[in-house]
Each structure stands twice: as C-alpha cells, then as structure tokens.
Write a protein that binds this ligand. Structure first.
Ligand SMILES: [Zn+2]
Length: 350
C-alpha cells in the first residue's frame, strides 16, 4: 500500500516548526470529507489543494481562519486522522527530513464524543506507523491557543500523560498581536500558568512570539513562559538589547520564511528579510515550513526558495540543520544520535 521510495540514509534535515493541522495532505482530506458526506467547496482534490493554499500576503488572523475550515472535514474521524498522520510522515520522508517536531492542538481533532485525547492518540498512532514505514523520527508538541485559555488544563494533563509516548513539549499559538495587552502584560494568565507548570514538570517549551507582535512578546516568552525556543521571533530584531540577549544565550528562533511573507509578519522584500541578519550573526535558528497545506510548499521547496530568492548560501542551510538538531527537544543521547546521522550524510558531501 505504501511505497518506501526514500532511503533512510538520505534523510538529513531537521524541522522544528510544522503544524500538523497545517500540513494535512489535501487529497486525503478531500477523500475523508467525501467519505463522510461533507459538502465540499470544489469538485476535485487538485482544486481543493488550490482552495486551501494562500497565494497572496494577508493578515495572520485571516491566515489562521483557514485552520478550522480544514479541521471541520476531519475532526472526530479516527481512521482519517491516522491516515493523515501516516501521510504526513511520508511527506516528511519525501522532503528528506530525518527528524521533525510536529505541533498541533489536540482539541481541534475532537468532535462530539471523540475527545481531544482520542484525537491525540490517533495522531500518535499514525506517527508511529509512519515512522516505522518511512524511517522518519517524529515527536509532538501540544499547542495552547492564545484565544482559548480554557484548553490549558487539558493541554498540561495530556503533555504530562503522553510524555513517554512521543510528546516532548508545549507551545502557544494564535495572533500574538491581538493578545498583547499592555496593561495586563500580554499572554493570558492561564496560559502563563500552563507554561510555568510545564517548566516545573520538565516539559519543554516553545512559544510563537514576535511574529505578528513586537519584541515585547519575545521578552515575555523568555521571562514568563520560560520558552527555550521562539516560534518565528522576527521582531526580536527591532530591539537591539533583546537581540543581543538572544544571540548571547543561543535562544533558538524557528523561522518560517514563506509563512512569514503570507501572514505579513515580515513586511519587507526577500533581500532584506531578517534571516539575512540571523545568518550574518551566526544566530541559532532553523528553516521551517509552518503550514505546507496553506503555503503550498514543503521543506524541499522552502530550501530552494531560501537559496534562490533569499540568497542564503548552501552551507548556511547545513548550519541551520545542526542548529535545529542541537535545539530539538530530544534527550541528549537521542540528540547525539541525530547529529551523528547528519554528520554521516554531510561529511561525505562537504
Ligand atoms: Zn506556527
């Protein structure tokens, strides 16, 4: 049923910031929706892929509004979710990804009596099947949504309960600009508490910040959320003191170039993208896709775009893979294995 077209020894990339809900294979979603009798806005899988793909920059809020649309077709369908997770791993293998940390909101998979925990179990089952078939190592990060702090208790419970079953961390996502409140001081107190509890429990933490918002949300993520990595973080560069801190402390920035363009997080042309500064300063950052279903490109195309349009040299992409491996949420021993896997691939080619 599944083809093993990519050799395991070819897998040499590390991706840390990819939303599973934003990376669902359109044809599979289309088929699941048909099977379940959903009304679809288009007639063919190809048209559906085009329907979901964002072509022009818009606001982050609008970009995010397509997540619930996509999830409405698959929520509450265990077989479909398992299949989507297997497909996801196959797509990772096609893009030569050796290790990926995929993030998602378990509650978005819930429907009626099918709970967030049921959804999480279905995703983990599909990831496990996919890993065995395609040789890609995968770990999960559970996301809290800025606008729905009510999910926090469950997110913490699931992160703790599945820590030995592939869940390695938590994240917070949503429109970080809209959330920022200068009087209250930013992120909702329940989400801050979630991160502080996770910190105490030894659960890793990353946070979307400085994407749509300014540098102040990055400072908050570091100081109040105990974030070890920052999702996007472009606006860190607006504050020289904070940027120096990021460089000095080797805080990892998970950049997502095409996504940053489509969400208008970075209002500049490619030759002046913040990634140039990160590269020049040898910052600790990685190249990621964020949401391939919505951006229309997986990691292979993202790398090509970095080379051709942003103008990064090939060795910089290699360096970012090592940055990603070292800043992954794997235990030290598994991290060393991953770095050895990268060494085995790059040493014979450089
Ligand atoms: Zn993201």
């Amino acid at each position: 049923m599944y083809s093993q077209s990519v050799k395991e020894s070819d897998l040499h990339r590390v991706e840390l910031h990819c939303h599973f809900e934003g990376a669902l294979r359109p044809i599979t979603v289309f088929n699941i929706a048909k099977r379940r009798g959903h009304k679809l806005p288009v007639a063919t899988p190809e048209e559906f892929a085009e329907f979901m793909r964002r072509k022009e920059p818009s606001l982050l809020r609008e970009f995010l509004s397509y997540f619930p649309v996509l999830m409405s077709f698959v929520a509450g369908d265990p077989d479909g979710i398992v299949q989507l997770a297997v497909d996801f791993i196959e797509d990772c293998a096609k893009n030569k990804i050796a290790y990926i940390e995929s993030r998602y909101v378990p509650q978005l998979f819930a429907k009626d009596s099918f709970t967030a925990e049921d959804g999480l179990q279905a995703v983990l089952r599909g990831f496990e099947l996919g890993s065995k078939r395609f040789g890609v190592k995968v770990r999960s990060i559970l996301i809290a949504i800025r606008a729905i702090p009510e999910f926090c208790d469950e997110t913490l419970r699931l992160a703790k309960a599945y820590a030995n079953h592939g869940v390695v961390g938590i994240d917070v996502a949503g429109d970080d600009k809209e959330d920022y409140d200068s009087e209250r001081g930013g992120t909702h107190p329940d989400i801050v508490r979630l991160f502080q509890e996770a910190y105490k429990a030894g659960i890793h933490r990353t946070a979307h910040a400085g994407e749509n918002s300014g540098a102040e949300m990055v400072t908050e993520a570091l100081d109040s959320l105990h974030a070890e990595r920052i999702g996007h973080g472009y606006h860190t560069l607006d504050n020289p003191t904070l940027y120096q801190r990021i460089l000095h402390d080797r805080v990892h920035l998970e950049t997502c170039p095409l996504s940053s363009h489509l969400t208008s997080a970075v209002l500049t042309d490619w030759p002046h993208h913040p990634i140039h500064r990160l590269a020049a300063d040898k910052a600790n950052y990685s190249i990621n896709t964020d949401d391939p279903t919505f951006t229309g490109q997986w990691l292979d195309a993202e790398y090509r775009m970095c080379l051709d349009r942003i103008g990064l040299p090939p060795w910089e992409l290699v360096r970012t893979n090592y940055c990603a491996a070292r800043s992954s949420f794997l235990p030290e021993e598994e991290k060393a294995d991953l770095i050895a896997q990268l060494d085995a691939y790059y040493r014979v080619r450089l």
